[in-house]
Write a protein that binds this ligand. Structure first.
Ligand SMILES: Nc1ncnc2c1ncn2[C@@H]1O[C@H](COP(=O)(O)OP(=O)(O)OP(=O)(O)O)[C@@H](O)[C@H]1O
Ligand SMILES: [Mg+2]
Length: 267
C-alpha cells in the first residue's frame, strides 16, 4: 500500500496514458512501480571496468521523467558515456539498480534486450552510418532489424527525412554528405522507430556553431513532441542557451543536478 501511494504521487498519468495509447509501449507494471514511476531510474549505481579497475561511476542516483531534456556535462573521462552505455545495456553496472522504461536493465534477460533497444534511439558522436548504404537505406535498416512491415518503413523513413530536412538526399551515400548532414541521418535513424528515449553522446562534437544550432533545433522539436532526451556534451553555449536540466558528473560522481541549469555551476 505504501509503495502504491508513493507511485501515484510521482507518476504523470497523462503522459503515461498517452504512451499507452500510441501503441508503442508495453509496460511491466510491477517494474514500473519498482522504478518509482520514473521513465529512467538509477539508484546507487557503480560501474567498475574490470579490465583496469577504473571506477567510472560511483554511487550514482538519478531519476528522469518522461518528456525531460537532460544534459550530461563533465570533463573528459568523468563517466558520461559510461552512464549512457549502462542505460542501453552495452555495459553492465557493477552494483545498483537501473530501470529504463519499465525494464530492469541490470537483470535484463537476453530475450529482453531487443525490447529495451526499441525504447531507445541512440546517436553517437561518430554517427556510425553504414557507408555502403544510401541515406534512405541507412534509416530503413533500423526498421528492418525490428522486422517492421515494408509499407510502414517507406512511410516512416520519408517522415523522419522531413523532420531532419534531408528528403532531397535520400539517395546519397554518407561519404557524399557534410558532417552536419551525416549527423542528421544519424538522428533520423535514431528516431525512426519512435523511441520513448533518445540518447545522444556528443552529437555536435565535430560540428561548427551554426550547424550545431540547427542540430539542436531538431532535438528540441523531437523533445517538444514528447520524446525524452539525454545528451552528453562539452558545448557550453548550447547548454547555456537551452536552459534545460543539467547533470554534472566528475570522477564518476554527480556533483550537480539542476532543473534549469548552465554548463558551469553558479548563476
Ligand atoms: N571499456 C572500457 N574499459 C576500461 N575503462 C574504460 C572503458 N570505457 C571507459 N573507461 C574509463 O572510464 C572512465 C569514464 O569514461 P567515459 O568514456 O564514461 O568518460 P566520458 O565522460 O564519456 O569522457 P569524454 O568526455 O572524453 O567522452 C575513464 O577513466 C575511461 O578511461
Ligand atoms: Mg564520452
Amino acid at each position: 500500500m505504501i509503495i502504491y501511494e508513493k507511485v501515484s504521487r510521482s507518476v504523470d498519468l497523462r503522459k503515461f496514458d498517452g504512451k499507452r495509447e500510441s501503441g508503442s509501449f508495453d509496460i511491466d507494471y510491477d517494474k514500473f512501480i519498482l522504478a518509482g514511476g520514473k521513465l529512467i531510474h538509477l539508484k546507487n549505481v557503480t560501474k567498475i571496468y574490470e579490465q583496469n579497475g577504473v571506477v567510472a561511476l560511483d554511487d550514482v542516483t538519478i531519476d528522469i521523467n518522461a518528456g525531460e531534456f537532460v544534459f550530461l556535462v563533465g570533463t573528459s573521462g568523468s563517466g558520461k558515456s559510461t552512464l549512457m552505455k549502462l542505460l542501453m545495456h552495452e555495459e553492465i553496472a557493477t552494483s545498483g539498480e537501473i530501470f529504463v522504461d519499465g525494464r530492469d536493465v541490470v537483470r535484463l534477460s537476453r530475450k529482453e534486450v531487443p525490447y529495451l533497444r526499441r525504447s531507445l534511439g541512440v546517436i553517437f558522436q561518430d554517427h556510425r552510418l553504414l557507408e555502403d548504404k544510401t541515406v534512405y537505406e541507412n534509416i530503413a535498416f533500423a526498421m528492418q532489424v525490428i522486422e517492421a512491415p515494408n509499407k510502414t518503413i517507406k512511410h516512416s523513413v520519408e517522415g523522419v527525412l522531413d523532420i531532419v530536412g534531408l528528403r532531397d538526399k535520400a539517395k546519397s551515400f554518407p561519404s557524399q554528405l557534410s558532417g552536419g548532414e551525416q549527423q542528421r541521418v544519424a538522428i533520423a535513424r535514431a528516431i525512426v522507430n519512435k523511441p520513448q528515449i533518445v540518447i545522444a553522446d556528443e552529437p555536435t562534437g565535430n560540428l561548427d556553431p551554426n550547424t550545431s544550432r540547427e542540430i539542436m533545433d531538431i532535438f528540441k522539436r523531437i523533445n517538444d513532441a514528447g520524446t525524452t532526451i539525454i545528451m552528453a556534451t562539452h558545448d557550453k553555449d548550447i547548454v547555456n542557451r537551452m536552459q534545460r536540466r543539467v547533470i554534472a558528473i566528475e570522477n564518476g560522481k554527480i556533483i550537480r543536478d539542476q532543473l534549469r541549469g548552465r554548463y558551469a555551476g553558479g548563476r
